[in-house]
Write a protein of this length. Structure first.
Length: 309
């Protein structure tokens, strides 16, 4: 009889916790520890950690595509390849043609030191540019109104047969397209991460509901509504998801911050990470995780409570 009385008192305490106005007491029906709590916190933290990198990838590739599109869109190169005795003459003809072409704002011959830097990734430092048959490079900056590239090509063919106009379209457009696709891939990864986190939290909520089936039945006998019982699980799992996501976000930000810069990586990286106000975007990840936990737990709890009568 004593044990039965203690059990009755326990259930009465649970009912008071469910019906009191203080939100901190309404979720006492959910066990504070156990594998469901660990699973929720770990899955939310892991998904938040991956979400930081997916967000960093999306933002970095977006900046990369914009930079390639804007910086190279108005830059054109003229390459002059001719015998040594004709190189200066054809270069002068090209410069004269560029000066009289409408839509060209500036044209300048690249000095040997800049050409050496362009060749350094392939030939290494200290390239003897003067000893190699390197074409003369002329950098052209077009004006806001642009110019007729096809007409300029035809003119250069007649006045300087060794000159080739390169507007970078052949290799710039595929790079911009690849960067945009990487950005879409990063955003799609965020959706997959959110869906996976929701599935894991749903499984954990269902496991907690199944483990507390006897408690739920007694609460129903004493008049608890399904929405009240579900609210207890929703609040507990929402907090767990938010706490786990906050920890994973902090670890992800530290990992991104520890990545080497572009200069330290020898130019291999393209600035993967956050810049300026972009560091504030990951702060939305714990908020999104809490919203996912709220929606997933509420859906799972109400559906399971309707099925179990």
């Amino acid at each position: 009889m004593k044990k039965a009385g203690l059990k009755s008192l326990d259930f009465a305490a649970l009912w008071r916790g469910l019906t009191r106005p203080d939100p901190a007491g309404t979720d006492r029906v959910v066990p504070p520890t156990g594998f469901t709590a660990q699973l929720t916190v770990f899955s939310a933290g892991a998904m938040a950690f991956l979400a930081v990198f997916a967000l960093a990838l999306a933002l970095a590739t977006g900046r990369l595509a914009e930079r390639w599109s804007t910086e190279l869109a108005q830059t054109v190169t003229v390459r002059v390849s001719a015998p040594a005795d004709q190189l200066d003459e054809q270069t002068a003809a090209v410069m004269e043609a560029l000066k009289t072409t409408p839509g060209i704002a500036e044209a300048k011959i690249l000095p040997d030191d800049q050409v050496e830097k362009l060749l350094e990734p392939w030939f290494g430092p200290d390239v003897p540019v003067e000893a190699l048959p390197v074409p003369r490079l002329i950098e052209v900056v077009e004006g806001d109104e642009g110019f007729d590239a096809e007409a300029l090509r035809l003119r250069l063919q007649g006045e300087a047969p060794g000159a080739v106009l390169d507007d970078h379209t052949r290799w710039r457009q595929p790079l911009v397209s690849a960067a945009n696709r990487l950005r879409v891939l990063g955003l799609f990864s965020l959706l997959l991460i959110a869906a996976t986190a929701g599935a894991m939290i749903t499984l954990a909520a269902k496991a907690a509901l199944a483990a507390n089936g006897q408690v739920i039945r007694v609460l129903r006998l004493i008049g608890a509504r399904d929405i009240t019982i579900a609210t207890a699980f929703v609040r507990r799992f929402t907090r767990r998801a938010a706490m786990g996501a906050a920890g994973g976000t902090v670890l992800g930000l530290l990992a991104v911050w520890a990545l080497p810069s572009v200069d330290q990586a020898g130019g291999f990286l393209t600035g993967l990470g956050f810049q300026g106000w972009g560091w504030l975007w990951p702060l939305l990840i714990p908020v999104a995780a809490a919203a996912i936990g709220f929606g997933a737990t509420r859906w799972a709890a109400l559906r399971m409570l309707r099925e179990v009568r």
